[in-house]
Design a protein around this ligand. Structure first.
Ligand code: 13P
Length: 248
């Protein structure tokens, strides 16, 4: 399976800053043809600038969320056709920060996932347990419930057009990355929870760094990473891409 490295820039980089970062990443990765898929997901306001900066490279544009409707009275929201018009091909859905700070719930995430697939956008569906859920021993229950809800009503044959990201909430931005063997076990559990996920790429996310990424990539259930902090530095992000391309 092709490996995928996604840079989730979160609410970082103005349009001008994003151009500089995207050009820096493109320059750092200009040395060879890409065997991995490399996705940059800047804030909405920087999509156009990043699109221009990566034009003619192998880098691909992603978004951090979207609404499910094509258009309508949804103040502040962005629709799938709006993203497609800007050249976006991947969209992160159900990120724990959206769930936590923006009140996104499973049923909405499901509508978004179906809308993305319907428009030919690749949804990167993020699931993960909180620290309390892990301590309570309900990690597997939590992530399988999230994934089943996200893909409810999606045909098994469409699941190969999606990406799943396992991001334990307690590992995000904390420097406490999940033990790779445990991450692999949880990803295996998620993969087995719905028929059709066998050929879906799975990403690990949560304090991914050049020092730990290879140990996730070495696991059977991991095809790449969903990266926050380390994606904001062109040299470390390029290192992650090079690790993903090693041995493929
Ligand atoms: P960090 O890599 O900064 O932990 O963020 C992970 C994440 O939330 C990516 O979506």
């Amino acid at each position: 399976m092709t490996r995928i490295v996604v840079g989730n820039w979160k609410m970082h980089e103005t349009s001008a800053q994003a151009s500089v970062l995207a050009r820096g990443i493109a320059a750092a990765l200009a040395d060879e043809p890409r065997s991995a898929t490399v996705v940059l997901a800047p804030p909405f306001t920087a999509l156009e600038a990043v699109r221009k900066s990566i034009h003619g490279t192998h880098l691909v544009l992603g978004a951090q969320t979207m609404h499910w409707a094509d258009e309508g009275a949804f103040t502040g929201e962005i629709s799938p056709p709006m993203l497609l018009e800007l050249g976006v091909r991947y969209v992160i859905l159900g990120h724990s920060e959206r769930r936590r700070y923006c009140g996104e719930v499973d049923a909405e995430i499901n509508r978004k996932v179906r809308a993305a697939l319907g428009h030919g956008l690749v949804p990167i569906v993020a699931v993960g347990e909180s620290e309390q859920e892990r301590d309570a021993g309900i990690t597997d229950e939590r992530v399988t419930a999230q994934i089943r809800a996200a893909f409810e009503g999606v045909a098994a044959t469409d699941l190969r057009n999606a990406v799943v990201a396992y991001e334990p909430v307690w590992a995000i931005g904390t420097g406490r990355n999940c033990d790779p063997q445990e991450a692999d076990r949880v990803m295996g559990t998620i993969r087995a929870s719905i028929p059709g996920l066998e050929s879906t790429p799975f990403l690990y996310g949560g304090s991914v760094s050049p020092a730990n990424f290879a140990s996730y990539l070495a696991r059977a259930n991991c095809q790449g990473g969903l990266v926050g902090g380390a994606s904001l530095d062109s040299a470390s992000f390029a290192q992650l891409v090079h690790l993903a391309e090693r041995g493929t």
